[in-house]
Design a protein. Sequence first.
Length: 255
Amino acid sequence: MNPKLLPAVLLSALSLLCIAVVMRGLQLVLRRTAFTAARRNRIWIGTWILVTAWVALIGVLAINGFFADFSTIPPRPVLMILIPLLGFIAIAFSATGSEIIKTMPPHWLVGMQSFRILVELLLWRAFLDNLLPIQMTFEGSNFDGLSGLLAVPVAMLLMRKWIPQLVLFFNIAGLLLLINILLIAILSMPTRFRYFTNEPPNTLIGEFPFVYLGAVLVAIALGLHIFSLRQWWLLRKEATIGEGIVPAGGFWPMM
């Protein structure tokens, strides 16, 4: 059996599941805003169109070998991170985005980061199949799984009470762990500035459907951190800060 088959299927399924959860969460949050029904529908439909177009574009480019070229600076797979990053920052600081972010249950933005545990298991499986170098797993220098493990207890605490210091700590720690593995991934690519020279090089990230590791899963992790930090900033001086500021909602945005 092709060693790439199982990781490809699992990564694709996880990417689709994460997109579904995020979109369901957006749908529920929009219902809590003061927006008109027409405006909520425009945001909902527009977001679906944007997400679908992004997933399709990345897939077409990957199938045609666009991300398999590591000779450019920055390497082309980096674009899959930079473009969503800029988009999330723009959304977070827009008037509409800020209003939606203030309405989000804080524990959703943290609890959804638990999917990173599954990402770490997928990377480890790819390493066992000699598809990725060891430094990209928890056996090497990738400690990003800690973010996923911390997400559950932190989210449970935030379900009961808004704790701004905890939110700030979790997001800074999570971003540092994410930046660490992103740098390792880039320095493991077959580029002129490759630092990790052990085999195999990190070329899997440029193949279909593994491009969705960066274009979807890493992008979602970044977006959740950006939105959570923006929420922390928006709520930091609220007079009603405390338990009452936390919008109601189950642990997962599926209810």
